[in-house]
Ligand binder design. Structure first.
Ligand SMILES: Cc1cc2nc3c(=O)[nH]c(=O)nc-3n(C[C@H](O)[C@H](O)[C@H](O)COP(=O)(O)O)c2cc1C
Length: 421
């Protein structure tokens, strides 16, 4: 019976363990988590979502405070066109995070960065180019293009000296999205080095409509493998979304996948950026506690725990400090939803907004608990402790469980020392 460890992912000249930890913004897939995956021979992702906030937290900078003080005059204004990111500062935050991570890298694996196109930052092209260039300058091993079709993203960086040596990948949820991407990128004479195929059970934003339940990852992966074969294009295909055990992973590897991307199992590890209290919510969740809704201003459906404090929380938009979802015209659908509620409830000290959420602020504060569909199985991956809480896992334990488990088994971690003596 095969185990994941019987397979290897070939990327260029490198041979890697075929496990990728997925990018989870905002700093949920921390440098520590990504570095563990790389140390163990796989690929770990960091994320550049809200990179200035992450830099302030991790590297003692003051980007957010400075941006807010610059635009404070605009806080009550519905029109956010004036609120721009300073590209030099954005590059500096990216450099700090990427360099700070790469300098600590050990082992034979790689560290990639997840770059979401939907972070339009009131100047989509310029900010995306700055983020990607900043990551390449700072020595990132690879960039995974996420949350968007990225039809122009290769062209934005084709002049960069590392354009042909850095690993570049794209996340798609359909053959159609892949075809569009390949067609538009062909002009740069460069194929992606890998394709992550994300199915409907993933965490974060989904590349499906609210009819997500009608789709199935294995079917989409088979379609994409067939398409690549017909076109005689060889690119490693990496399925993601609901791959919960080593056996799930082996099934994909035997069907022609080159590796798997996984995330949910790692949300309850010590290295993950989620606060320990929030991790207990993930452990406790039952299947009924998980929903896909449309409150993200990106326009993509998003999966989360129904108990997320963000849902309904009518806070004032915080674009002067953050503003990562402002479109090219300085608009975010949460601003309109919030102002509508304020106008309808002039007496209220605080309004409720249910149709949209202030995603930047809520993700920054870990109040929006996005998760994969199989989060309800996390409780079966660990020990319940005498105080009723669940034992957090190490990333190494989860990684090795994927690597070596058979028969759909999940290995429980050793009990904490203080409970065994
Ligand atoms: C908490 C959480 C946050 C996520 N955030 C992002 C993100 O910022 N960008 C992205 O492309 N994917 C994001 N994802 C998706 C994962 O990278 C991954 O592809 C997917 O969740 C894999 O499925 P699994 O969680 O069932 O293993 C997130 C997933 C989770 C669980």
């Amino acid at each position: 019976m095969k185990r994941v460890d019987d397979f290897r992912l070939k990327l260029g000249n490198s041979e890697l363990v075929p496990i990728m930890t997925g990018g989870m913004g905002v700093d949920i897939s921390t440098a520590d988590l990504a570095l563990e995956a790389a140390r163990l021979g796989g690929v770990g992702h960091i994320s550049d979502a809200m990179i200035e906030t992450v830099s302030d937290r991790r590297y003692d900078t003051k980007f957010v405070r400075d941006k807010l003080s610059l635009y404070k005059f605009n806080v009550a204004n519905e029109d956010k066109t004036a609120v721009k990111f300073h590209l030099g500062k954005l590059a500096e935050a990216t450099r700090l995070h990427v360099e700070g991570t790469m300098n600590r890298k050990r082992g034979s694996g790689m560290v990639f960065i997840n770059c979401m196109e939907k972070l339009t930052m009131n100047a989509p092209k310029e900010t995306l180019r700055t983020r990607m260039v900043g990551a390449m300058d700072a020595g990132i091993d690879g960039i995974t293009l996420a949350a968007g079709l990225h039809l122009g993203s290769f062209a934005l960086i084709e002049d960069h000296p590392r354009f042909r040596d850095v690993k570049l990948g794209i996340i798609v949820s359909s053959v159609r999205a892949l075809q569009l991407f390949l067609k538009k990128s062909a002009r740069t004479n460069r194929l992606p080095d890998y394709i992550v195929v994300e199915g409907p059970l993933a965490g974060g934003h989904l590349g499906f409509g609210m009819d997500w339940a009608e789709y199935d990852l294995a079917t989409i992966v088979a379609e994409i493998l067939q398409y690549l074969k017909n076109e005689q294009i060889e690119i490693p295909v990496i399925p993601a979304g609901g791959i919960f055990t080593g056996t799930d992973a082996v099934n994909f590897l035997e069907a022609g996948a080159a590796a798997v991307q996984v995330a949910t199992r790692f949300t309850v590890t010590e290295e993950c950026g989620l606060p320990a209290k929030v991790q207990q919510e993930y452990f406790k969740a039952s299947e009924e506690d998980i929903e896909v809704n449309t409150i993200s201003p990106t326009g993509y459906p998003m999966r989360m725990l129904k108990s997320s404090p963000a849902i309904g929380d009518g806070i004032r938009p915080n674009c002067e400090a953050y503003g990562y979802l402002l479109d090219a015209n300085g608009k975010c659908s949460y601003i309109a939803a919030y102002n509508r509620e304020v106008a309808a409830n002039p007496e209220a000290r605080k309004v409720k907004v249910f149709d949209k959420t202030c995603l930047c602020t809520q993700m920054r504060n870990f109040e929006l608990w996005t998760c994969g569909q199989l989060t309800y199985r996390l409780k079966d991956t660990t020990n319940k402790l005498p105080d009723g809480s669940y034992q957090r896992l190490s990333a190494e334990h989860v990684f090795k469980d994927y690597l070596y488990s058979v028969d759909n088994k999940v290995a429980l971690p050793p009990m904490p020392k203080e409970l065994t003596t």
